[in-house]
Design a binder for this molecule. Structure first.
Ligand code: ZN
Length: 89
């Protein structure tokens, strides 16, 4: 499949990661010269799978709205491992 993966440093932990840019979970953050810090006014920066899973768990615990695409079965496989669901095409 021709999904071009985005390679980035996670906005939360700084780990190198890659994901589908159309599906990757992101948070408003800015680079302070050393690391990304949360900033509601900043542009959205992508998260690695580990941090995205933690964020989703926190949203579930706090009852915050989770984007529909993230709630779909197989989201993490598709977003972070390129397991494209060809039935969607
Ligand atoms: Zn991370």
């Amino acid at each position: 499949m021709g999904v071009a993966f985005l390679v980035f440093a996670c906005a939360a932990c700084g780990a190198p990661a890659q994901a589908d840019p159309a599906l990757v979970m992101s948070v408003p953050a800015r680079w302070n010269g050393t690391e990304y810090v949360a900033d509601p006014a900043a542009s959205r920066e992508p998260l690695c799978e580990r941090c995205a899973r933690q964020l989703k768990a926190r949203f579930e615990r706090d009852g915050l709205p989770i984007p529909a695409v993230v709630r779909e079965p197989g989201y993490f496989a598709r977003a972070y491992h390129g397991a494209a669901d060809e039935q969607d095409l």
